[in-house]
Design a protein around this ligand. Sequence first.
Ligand SMILES: C[S@@+](CC[C@H](N)C(=O)[O-])C[C@H]1O[C@@H](n2cnc3c(N)ncnc32)[C@H](O)[C@@H]1O
Length: 422
Amino acid sequence: MSLLSIDAVDRLRDAFRSIGYLTDPVLEAIGEQGQRGLGRNTTVAASCALDARENWGKGIAEAAQDPLSAAIRLWLLRQPVPVAALSALPMEDLVAAGIVAVDGDLALGEVDIRPYGSPDDGADGWVVSDPTPGLDRVITRTRPDYVLGVSPASTSLAQMTSRRRVGSALDLGCGCGVQSLHLARHAGRVIATDVNPRALEMAELTLALSEAGTADSSDDGPAAASAGHPVELRQGSLFEPFCGPPAERFDLIVSNPPYVMSPPRPAAERLTYREAGFEGDGLVEAVVRGVPDHLAEGGTAQILANWAVLGDQPWQERLAGWVAGRGCDLWVVERESLDVHEYIETWLTDAGLDGSPCWHDRYTEWLGYFARLGITGVSMGWLTLTDAGRSQPDLSFESWPWAIQQPVGPAIGQHREGVDDA
Ligand SMILES: C[S@@+](CC[C@H](N)C(=O)[O-])C[C@H]1O[C@@H](n2cnc3c(N)ncnc32)[C@H](O)[C@@H]1O
């Protein structure tokens, strides 16, 4: 994929608006069952809803009558669509950029673009990513530089993020750019980084299409990254792009980092969106250890993470060690804990290895890797670090496996204020 020009982005956004390729009309077109089916990676219910909408019995050419259906089929359902049905879109631009491929009379989405709307803070627009893998149980190999779209983890991080107004925010490991879409609404300046150049390209398109960081949306409170301050994108690993001197600091850091603890693989085979080549939970440790050098006074970092449980050692002890002597408060909420088998099966499935001949070998390799590192379980949850300027930082650890009312960000913000008042 190459980037669209500013004019082409404007044309595409106008076309999406004119055909109604927006969150509500799309949800209405695919219906509730279609929406829930897509959540389970199956397109059948959505496809049936579109069939009914188009009176599909008339034949595939009739899709040309319904450009919204065609766009949904192209991107959400990954179906070939008659080129004629897409005449409202700037097809020349999309094909030249490698976003859509054309074969004869049919077009296929090479890159996913879908409407995004958050009822929590009103962030909206379109998110650009690689197509969803494993749709309708079709197993395809995931490319190492695959760019993940909005996942349940992305939504969890967005919902736990405090939306108080801040001067500067960092989106570490931005992927498709979804966290920055939210941050641009309440941070004066946003920097988004990723080690994967394809992710930065897609994030740039997400943000440009969604006019994030270019529109003044301050009418509902927070100061948006105003005109002239678009989200800045930087390539690099972890805090490398901010090392200075002097090191750059932020009022808010958010990260949903690639925390999967897989056995080592050559970089060319690693799935960059989920694994970073560190041993065990070394990536999460590196993020946590790096945060104090990049938080502004009073600043907060909110990180979604997995961390290893080593035999009988309380995990709280290890995590406390990561911030010892660094002057930051640490609040950890463990949301889930898995035994090593559950963990390995989850991530082998995520890699599309269900039913693959290498499933057994990869499974036992992973078990051996965990045994060598002494990992007996994995916890998942939220880490909040705050530069509260205390001589004795506040360390707090809890397990909360129960349901929570979303968005939990305001409650997390209130908890912070409570600690500050104590
Ligand atoms: C799980 S995805 C999260 C994407 C997005 N922030 C979200 O919430 O959906 C993790 C992202 O971190 C990026 N990444 C991997 N290794 C990295 C590193 N060493 N430094 C910075 N980013 C990295 C990946 O390319 C990927 O885009």
